[in-house]
Design a protein around this ligand. Sequence first.
Ligand code: UDP
Length: 250
Amino acid sequence: MAVGQKLYEGKAKILYATEDPNILLTHFKDDATAFNAQKKGSITGKGEFNCAISTHLFKLMEANGIPTHFIDRTFPNEMRVKSVKILPLEVVVRNIAAGSLCQQTGLKLGTILTPPLVEFYYKNDELGDPLLTFDRLRVLDLATPDQVDQLIELASRINQILTDFFQQCGITLVDFKLEFGCVSSVGQSANHTGQIILADEISPDTCRLWNQAESDPNKRVMDKDRFRRDLGNVEDAYRQVMERVLQQTI
Ligand code: UDP
């Protein structure tokens, strides 16, 4: 389909307009960044791997009744998505303690979290994506209390579906980040009203994934931590995730 104006270029994706105002085109890049873009690099094939993985996982979500922005995959590293107003929030779900949770709380890496944690971060690079409390969410008017309830419910259901799916792939889902958008109905002018649907991507860029066949804490890593922590074999890890994900029928 004809590609229109570039609307937004992020760290890992570019968003283009199409001839239909309700449809956007997402181009997945090989570029990789970490630590709020202080570390930059490229992972060969990442755009294609993440587009394929996200496509499969969005289809899995739809099959389980979770609405998403996904329409179809038009090219190995491109998908068409519904145009939504993205909520300026990162919703992080944690099954096992890792990353910033360990750094900020002293919890030991690998601590099982029962029930899983659902956290909200403010999507704001200048502020370094700070962790939000419910009161801060309210003061900043980032989501209504009803939307917060919906997001927690959706994130918890998504976690259950993804955890079970990755288990079948021999992969442990440690934690992941989600982004949601609001679909405005015709004639609606308000920004963040309407149905909340899952947007962005679900990929090794946004999830921590541990290979269950490896016990070594470095060898088991199949996600962006390989890039963040210079563990090597980043492309192989992403490809391995894609192959295992695509092997599972939905
Ligand atoms: N995450 C993400 N984008 C961000 C921040 C986090 O996709 O801007 C993902 C990250 O890959 C991990 C989860 O969210 O799967 C939790 O990340 P954490 O808060 O531990 O942050 P880190 O310091 O590891 O980026």
